[in-house]
Write a protein that binds this ligand. Sequence first.
Ligand code: GLY
Length: 364
Amino acid sequence: MKIIKLKLKERSYPIYIEEGIIAKSGSLLRRLQLGSDAAIITNQYLEKKIGQRLKGSLKKYNISSKIYTVPDSEKAKSFRHCLNLIDKISKYDNNKSLFLIALGGGVIGDLTGFVASIYKRGIAYIQIPTTLLAQIDSAIGGKTAIDLPIAKNLIGAFHQPKAVIVDPGLLKSLPKRQLKAGLAEIIKYAAIKDKPLFSFLKNNYKKIISLDKKAVELIETKCIAIKTRIVEQDEKEKKGIRTILNFGHTIGHAIESAGGYNKYNHGEAISIGMICAAQISHNLKLLREENLDKIISLVRLYGLPTRIKGIALNKIMSSLAKDKKFIHGRNRFVLPVEIGKVKVISNIPQDAIRKAILKHGSCY
Ligand code: GLY
């Protein structure tokens, strides 16, 4: 088993990585002494597929548990579901020894973490991420949130989990489109911080896409280590260090939102977002053409979209203007300057953004 420790003084926690580790959850959690009752938050599909197995493993170590399901979509990150969940878990919290387990992808992780952050002014929770994207990104770092109708993640808190249990074996039943969405974030990690990982992704496509055990553990471990080190340096995104994780996310979020959150999923939108950011960087003479081409080729190799199709440019530009990452109205972009190296640049002219989007989009 690989263990990566995220070090944040009293908020430190282990991230366990191993195929089949889900069966050991009971013993891992007993050792952490989080409480005697676990509320497992998941969806109906995962309840049947893994939930009962997880319950069994907890029971073996005298942890009682109850499963609560939420919809398998972004809808679960609403006030209604959040309050409903709090109401239900409070009734289960008889022994005053309750902790939460997020068993699912990013939506379930964000919702569970947020509930854990506000219920009784904060209780313990652990993350058992089931998608590639959640395993290498959203389950780690402590940002928790729910959505408002006007924008995603507007209500949230920093609340670190007590442990993250990553079972790469769970990826075998993941739909291909979701797997690729996670690979987009892996390309992001490589592009911002890890040139050898970028080459590994380029040279091992077949192994990775067919979920070769060694290759998947290697790329997951590398990405988790990158995220962990970044969060340790800038837990609350105050020092501009965490910002680099937003590579591709500025235009990416705008594409996601302008497409009504159903045309492109998160990974697909950030794929095009990374290409547009790389194009801006190239136009500003910060990135050589051959490196721009390398980023586009890697995105294409993994079957991720490289062009925006059928979204109005104005819609993308107005979504961009609402980006909550902007400071005092000034935009902020993470621009690659080499493979494995980025710079954060503010105040990119609107015209330069438009030009990059138009170059990589058939926008009307
Ligand atoms: N929960 C995701 C993050 O903190 O980045």
